[in-house]
Design a protein around this ligand. Sequence first.
Ligand code: P6P
Length: 297
Amino acid sequence: MATTDVNTADTARAVRTIDGVVDIIASTAPEIRTGLPGRRVTAEDENPSGETQMAADVFADDLLCERIGALDGVGEYASEERPESVDVGTGRLSVAVDPLDGSSNLKPNNTMGTIFAVYDGPLPAHGRDLVAAGYVLYGPVMTMIVARNGTVDEYVLHDDASHELVREDVSLPDEGSVYGFGGRVPDWTDDFEAFAREVEQDASRKLRYGGSMIGDVNQILTYGGIFAYPTLESAPEGKLRVQFEGYPIGYVIETAGGATSDGTKSLLDVDKDGLHARTPMYVGNTELVAKLEAALD
Ligand code: P6P
């Protein structure tokens, strides 16, 4: 088979696999949501990041690993809940998942999300290896944001496991109107605090921080503005995970016309060792992210 043919065949297979991952997550999300009520309890263990694991985390992860791992084109599966990636076949693509981001919000019945990242290559991968990424938002309406082929689309997920395209080519509004900053204020660095105070002074913007990243990021995608889980004095590396949160959310926001940063460069250019490395995260309108980087410089 000529090289071009091989590339064409490879591309077609990769597209089918990406669509397969999206379909599996869209059809599994209702089952995850239905399984939450009985799983609002902590599991016996901690996850590899040393956080208390909820029974719901393990439940969601097992479902997704089994179903995504069964796709021909997927070779590796990894999640925030597993110390190592799982070899699931000979496929070229790898899938990294945060099965239930914000599961600590189960107790107050707050929003949560399922985040996915599809990489062309082995794990841990690099942000520029991403070929698709997105998230499910378990809100009053179950929705899914998918970034692939240079565009971001939004779906409504139905309990019958179908998904309905409701918005195409989603992009951040030019004038951002909300901001959300994580971590304890006394734990912020002086430079970040000065930036936060400046953002707060702008009468056109209001605070929207819910303590669950997917809900907070979806506010930015909807209204524009900036979300940050910054470097903290107590956590210089930040809190959120590169492979399962930083890269995929960076890919979504940049595909939607926004900007992202770890404080100095795009989240997609963060280069960290290890599957569970963390990074500070700043995502939102380009002008605000540029101001943030200047403030931390
Ligand atoms: P804090 C939820 O536990 C999470 O992982 C993210 O979804 C969220 O952005 C962050 O942690 C909230 O952290 O320190 O505000 O509780």
